[in-house]
Design a protein around this ligand. Sequence first.
Ligand SMILES: [Fe+2]
Length: 211
Amino acid sequence: MAVPLDAIRAIHNAFRKDMTAIDEAAHIAARGRGSLDLVLKRYTFFNEILVWHAIGEEESVFPALENVAPLVAEAYERDHRGLDSLFESLNKAVNASDTLAIARATAAFDFHLGIHLNKEEAHLYRIFNERVSLPDQGAIVGEMAQKIPQERFPEVVAWLFPLIGTDDRENMTRIWQQALPEPAFSRVTKLIQAAIGNDWAELTPRLPELK
Ligand SMILES: [Fe+2]
């Protein structure tokens, strides 16, 4: 069975994977051994999703946590502002076509993001999981998902699924299956199928009800 926090973990894993790939490409380009194509193609959408996720945490997760564990969330909100300023540095470096500054910005972004997500999972979400009931967790994660503008949802699926492993894919699919009415869910399964191509065959045996 998938639980609401599995959705957060899957998104966090996608952030880690995407940012690491962006940073690797920026590093290679700074050494003159490759192009910046991957960085330029991915960094703005990556940040859009990161911002939707942070807003969801700040408007839904953190207030609920404040009720059961005062003073925990504030430090994480400060981390988010740090992520905002890292995006500004990266964007400025891209606009200036400064390859070295781009690599410095992605290295800092990757490092801070990794520490932030690891801390959230080891501390903030652990407390959240212990002190907030499962139905409330479900409602909160559902609220977070609504921060994604509906018309952008297909792009989010196309971004998320190639970046995550089979367990995360299974959990996300199950969570949407529980949360969405049938016609919407079958549209989502089409999006997933398009996003992961041949890997779909690996996912379906885990979800026999999809066939
Ligand atoms: Fe966060």
